[in-house]
Write a protein that binds this ligand. Structure first.
Ligand code: 5AD
Length: 347
């Protein structure tokens, strides 16, 4: 394990350097039309108070990113049908005036939206494929009523063809996920290939079907939701250690990718997670800029790190972590070295 982590850290330094790019995360809406078995903001969770930020609130949060000298913001939401194409286009244009790169993470949308938003100035799109095992994916991410399941890998390729930098990733330790599945996930990062790779441990949310493992038996879950049947020794554990292994292997297989140490990693190991991730292959952190009164409502899993900290406090704590491990905040937009390299090779 130690040699794996050392190799990942040295490849990180060689290919993307000591800068840690900071992306300001703005959770713009917790409305979601989907019913993913793992996610706390799934549509059927009626205990969630729903919100959508106003344009002014989003621009206020983006201004903080400028004040803190972040190069980019990530606009993330549940799959919210109320996020209208033109409303989003207008916000993208306004944020671009601030000089920030923009990453969208708004779930599965029509190609038309992707193209319009790209033209308006959106630079990057994040869409995790969650697991490359089609049977497991279909079980945990049911299609919309009366719709065909969407192929997220194909969607990522289309996003790339529209000119986006593309990011994806998986959850680690989903019930029913085997080590072979996870190995294939990592191989897929490289073959797509991804510019950005975000992974974190699966964290059970009590108000979701998958989070009910304590009450339902594994057999009942399989029966009810079609989870694949696997033997217990094949089940990937949802641990910090596994998450670090995946980060390290992602760096080794995709040395030029931008790899965040995700909030889920900082949550499962609240004390050291962020720093250890950055020392085992990661080169990006996404400090949360969502206005504090909405933070606790974006509860995709419980006990999310830093929900009671202001943007200023989060910012300070990230800078402190960087100082403790001898790394420096990134300069500029933090574009993907992977993308630049591909461009060069194609000329
Ligand atoms: N545990 C860990 N990660 C989760 N996500 C959603 N719900 C959970 C959970 N319970 C992740 C998914 C999604 C990302 C935004 O958050 O991978 O793509």
């Amino acid at each position: 394990m130690q040699s794996l982590f050392v190799q990942a850290d040295s490849l990180r330094q060689e290919h993307v350097g000591d800068q840690v790019h900071l992306r300001g995360l703005i959770e713009i809406s917790n409305n979601c039309r989907r019913n993913c078995l793992y996610c706390g903001i799934r549509t059927e969770n009626r205990n969630v108070e729903r919100y959508r930020l106003s344009k002014e609130e989003i621009l206020g949060a983006a201004q903080k990113a400028v004040d803190f000298q972040y190069g980019s913001v990530v606009l993330q939401a549940g799959e919210d049908g109320g996020i209208e194409t033109d409303w989003m286009t207008d916000i993208i244009r306004e944020i671009k005036k601030l000089g920030l790169a923009i990453t969208l993470s708004l779930g599965e949308r029509d190609d038309r939206d992707f193209q319009i938003w790209r033209k308006a100035g959106a630079d990057r799109y994040l869409l995790r494929f969650e697991t490359s095992n089609p049977k497991l994916f279909a079980a945990i991410h049911p299609p919309l009523p009366n719709r065909e399941p969407v192929d997220r890998i194909a969607m990522l390729h289309r996003l790339r063809s529209f000119g986006y930098e593309i990011g994806s990733g998986v959850m680690i330790g989903i019930p029913g996920q085997t080590f072979l599945d996870l190995a294939q996930d990592i191989a897929l990062f490289q073959t797509i290939p991804l510019d950005m790779i975000g992974c974190g441990p699966y964290l059970p949310h009590p108000q979701t079907p998958l989070g009910q493992v304590a009450t339902f038996s594994q057999a009942e879950l399989r029966e009810k939701y079609g989870l694949p049947e696997i033997s217990p020794e094949d089940q990937v554990p949802a641990t910090a250690e596994m998450a670090f292994k995946v980060i390290a292997l992602a760096r080794i297989t995709c040395p030029k990718a931008n790899i965040p140490c995700t909030t889920a990693v900082a949550t499962i190991d609240a004390k050291e997670g962020r720093k250890l991730g950055l020392q085992r292959g990661a080169n990006v952190v996404m400090p949360n800029l969502t206005p504090i009164k909405y933070r606790k409502l974006y509860e995709i899993y419980p006990n999310k790190a830093a929900i009671y900290l202001t943007a200023e406090q989060t910012h300070e704590s990230v800078l402190q972590s960087l100082r403790e491990i001898g790394r420096i905040p990134g300069q500029g937009r933090g574009d993907s070295a992977a993308m630049l390299e591909r461009r060069q090779n194609s000329f």
